[in-house]
Design a protein around this ligand. Structure first.
Ligand code: NAP
Length: 294
């Protein structure tokens, strides 16, 4: 990727952004945080159109990774204006500034743009979101497609791995089991668990191969959240009997969930040589790469 310089990462303090950030050359990367400061990252609020424009004009990146979002689906459901301001208007601010400097944009979207009736979804399946987060992600995708020609929309799902706030499903699950507590996990939500380090490698390869357009980047196999939780417990040597299978309805979450979701990754895998990992392979890689994970 030597001809691209510098690289900008919005949301470099988050789960996906920090993994991308860690793989970029130190001397040519500029990254941002919002509420959780991290070494070398600069503070910015993507809702601030003026600040975003100034920042991008100053750095003049050739590639912008946009992993900044309000990603808590239930929070978004009860905070419509904030969800829209960050996930849609914030994206628009980045898109317009990227257009001015001619930067390529890489945006992370979600299988939550679908209703979960007929998964797994292809890149050209018809979106039909059933919650506000999904509506906002879809609207952000549409802004990008309307305004830019050189973009990658990378749709991801059920991402897990090491992160500073330890808020992803696997880390919370492992910590809960380690404390000997029980945890309720839905039996009726299907998706492709995706190890963040594998996602970052695959996304970087798509960029290196100068791809444009929409790509599903996720683990190679779909499974229920419950089956995935039991697998994680087994791999990390924890007590899976503490995992209680429940229906999504029983969890009384604010936002509806697409149940039969997840994505078909054939298109992406036919282009990249990075193997998209199965849940088993991803969890084993996580265990190997990070002994301190729990
Ligand atoms: N994780 C998944 O399973 C998953 C699934 C589907 C799609 N996605 C998408 O992937 C992208 C990254 O998700 P993630 O899991 O890495 O989320 P995350 O861990 O919650 O990280 C979100 C990032 O956005 C930043 N941010 C939040 N509000 C901001 C604002 N107003 N201005 C600037 N930055 C702001 C956060 O900064 P601070 O933390 O410093 O506040 C953080 O760096 C999102 O677009 C999400 O919708 C994720």
């Amino acid at each position: 990727m030597a001809e691209y310089s510098p690289f900008m990462v919005f949301g470099a303090s988050g789960l996906i952004g920090s993994s991308i950030w860690g793989k970029l050359p130190q001397s040519r990367r500029v990254g941002t945080f919002h509420k959780f400061p991290k070494n070398d990252l600069l503070p910015i609020d993507i809702q601030d159109k003026h600040a975003i424009r100034q920042f991008i004009q100053r750095v003049k990146p050739s590639i912008i990774w946009h992993a900044a979002a309000l990603a808590n689906v239930d929070w978004c459901e009860t905070h419509r204006d904030e969800c829209w301001a960050v996930n849609v208007s914030g994206t628009q601010n980045i898109v317009l500034a990227a257009k001015e400097v001619g930067a390529k944009l890489i945006f992370f979207s979600s299988d939550y743009i679908f209703d979960g009736k007929h998964g797994p979804y292809d890149e050209d399946s018809l979106p039909s979101p059933i919650n506000l987060y999904g509506e906002a992600k879809l609207e952000a995708e549409q802004v990008i497609c309307r305004e830019l020609t050189d973009y990658l929309i990378i749709r991801v799902t059920v991402v897990y791995g090491k992160e500073s706030q330890n808020k992803n499903f696997v880390i919370r699950l492992l910590q809960t089991l380690q404390q000997g507590k029980i945890i309720q996990v839905p039996i009726d939500q299907v998706g492709n668990p995706t190890y963040v380090d594998n996602l970052a490698d695959a996304a970087l390869e798509l960029v290196c191969r100068k791809q444009r357009g929409i790509f599903n980047v996720a683990g190679s196999e779909r499974m229920t959240r419950y089956a995935f939780a039991c697998l994680a417990a087994q791999i990390f040597g924890l007590d899976s009997t503490k995992i209680i299978p429940v229906s999504t309805d029983e969890l009384h979450q604010n936002a509806r969930r697409p149940l039969n979701a997840g994505m078909n990754v054939e298109k992406t895998q036919s282009i990249i040589t990075t193997p998209l990992l199965s849940p088993q392979e991803g969890l084993q890689r996580l265990k190997l790469q990070d002994h301190q994970i729990i």
